[in-house]
Design a protein around this ligand. Structure first.
Ligand SMILES: Cc1ncc(COP(=O)(O)O)c(C=O)c1O
Length: 436
């Protein structure tokens, strides 16, 4: 069995850093395992947002408070670009949602790309899949879709690469599936795609993967990447995008008086950036341990050294990933007290073929005798929040049908969860199939 990664003391600190970890806002006890629909909220991110947003001044003006807000905004923008996206090159830009950013990127790239076909994969979120399809049709390009591997729960790198040729204008490939948790071999896919066609434009949806591992859009050779802060311990009402240096000056909506690579449009919201910095501070704080095993707090002046801050952020994300692999193993294999999902009669774990190292902490199960909606309701009645990924929903129909299912219960915990919560979830699951 893997190790829990965080000490008891660290777990206490981690759990006290988030709102509503074990009770909802009415005070009712519950276990929250629907983080893929919006993650547990970091207290510091909410507080930074509220505090900053209560200030009326405009960060584009020059009075004293405006300049303080500009500092917060600049810090957050650098955290977004240099720490989370991990690069000084290219540009970052905010939007209302990750979906609106993705559709916009699909449009702009389609207008600027050269080639007769585009490639995407069966598991993409509708904002990516439909954006690619709409603009392939508009510009008369062949729309190619790499099929799933039903066993691994993913899409094989070779299935994507076999569709790419020297006429492929755009590749749109996600970092990890929000249905199965499968982590794509993105670096291999991007590097090989670019060898086949050096001019290819590559878009990557990292909404699912970003809260579970560090991302490296420049390192893998992508031209655009997106994520959603509300699934990454942060706030709703914001999507975050990165565009590579070579794509940054593609014609896009902008005020003509600004530079050709300016992607932000309208008044910036310093509160959004304040919340992003709070999330980065939190992940950085997980980077190492004090001598007594507590969470390391002292990291010098990380803002003075963004590269160091990025290294610590990466180390923090690596620890989150290790914790989540431990929890995934507990969920699948069980403990001395309760059998895991793989061992409970009446439970089918779908898309379970990939090794744990290649999966985010998310899984899909079917319970005998219960539809996915009935199962979700039954969990809710027992104080466990999960979600159904059903063929009835436009957000999951294409994916679950590709896996030959009518719908599954999606369980998406977070590094914040404990072994004891997993055991309670497994005991409830065993109870549900026993009585169905
Ligand atoms: C993989 C993936 N991409 C994109 C999105 C869209 O994010 P948003 O709701 O911010 O538009 C989601 C949301 O569930 C997602 O899971």
């Amino acid at each position: 069995m893997r190790k829990p990664e965080f000490t008891e003391a660290e777990m206490q600190k981690i759990r006290s850093s988030f709102y509503y970890v074990d009770r909802d806002m009415t005070g009712a006890k519950r276990i929250f395992m629907d983080n893929a629909g919006g993650s547990l909220r970091l207290r510091a991110a909410e507080e930074a947002f509220r505090k900053t947003d209560s200030i009326p001044d405009c960060s584009e003006h020059a009075n004293r408070t405006a300049l303080l807000l500009l500092d917060i905004e600049t810090r957050g923008r650098r955290d977004l670009q240099e720490v989370i996206f991990g690069t000084e090159s290219g540009v970052v830009f905010p939007g209302g949602t990750a979906s609106s950013l993705m559709m916009e990127i699909c449009r702009i790239f389609a207008e600027n790309a050269a080639g007769t076909n585009v490639v995407t994969t069966m598991l993409e979120h509708p904002s990516a899949y439909d954006g690619m399809k709409m603009y392939a049709e508009k510009y008369g390009r062949e729309f190619r879709v790499a099929p799933v591997n039903a066993e691994s729960g993913g899409v094989d790198a070779d299935a994507v690469l076999s569709l790419i040729d020297k006429n492929t204008a755009i590749l749109c490939c996600m970092a990890a599936s929000n249905i199965s948790g499968y982590v794509y071999e993105l670096e291999k896919i991007c590097r090989t795609a670019r060898k086949i066609n050096p001019e290819i434009l590559i878009i990557c949806d990292a909404v699912q993967h970003a809260p579970h591992a560090w991302i490296d859009p420049e390192g893998i050779g992508a031209d655009a990447m997106t994520f959603a802060p509300y699934k990454f311990f942060g706030i709703r009402g914001l999507g975050a995008g990165w565009i590579s240096g070579r794509a940054a000056s593609f014609a896009h909506h902008r005020l003509l008086g600004k530079s050709a690579d300016e992607w932000e449009l309208g008044s910036p919201a310093p509160a959004h950036y304040a919340a992003i910095s709070a999330v980065v501070d939190y992940v950085v704080s997980l980077a190492g341990k004090d001598a007594d095993g507590g969470i390391k707090q002292e990291i010098g002046d990380p803002q003075a050294d963004m590269k160091r801050r990025r290294e610590l952020f990466r180390a923090g994300m690596d620890r989150i990933a290790a914790r989540e692999r431990y929890l995934l193993e507990v969920m699948l294999e069980g403990t001395e007290k309760v059998p895991g999902l793989r061992h409970i009669p009446g439970v089918t774990v779908r898309m379970d073929g990939a090794p744990i190292e290649q999966r985010d902490l998310i899984t899909g199960i079917e319970l005998s005798g219960l539809s996915c909606v009935e199962a979700r309701k039954a969990y809710d009645e027992r104080g466990i929040v999960v979600f159904e990924r059903s063929a009835e929903s436009i957000y999951s129909k294409r994916m679950v049908e590709a896996f030959g299912s009518e719908g599954m219960v999606r369980i998406s915990p977070l590094h914040v969860n404990t072994k004891e919560e997993m055991e309670e979830f497994l005991a409830v699951t065993r109870d549900l199939v026993r009585h169905s």
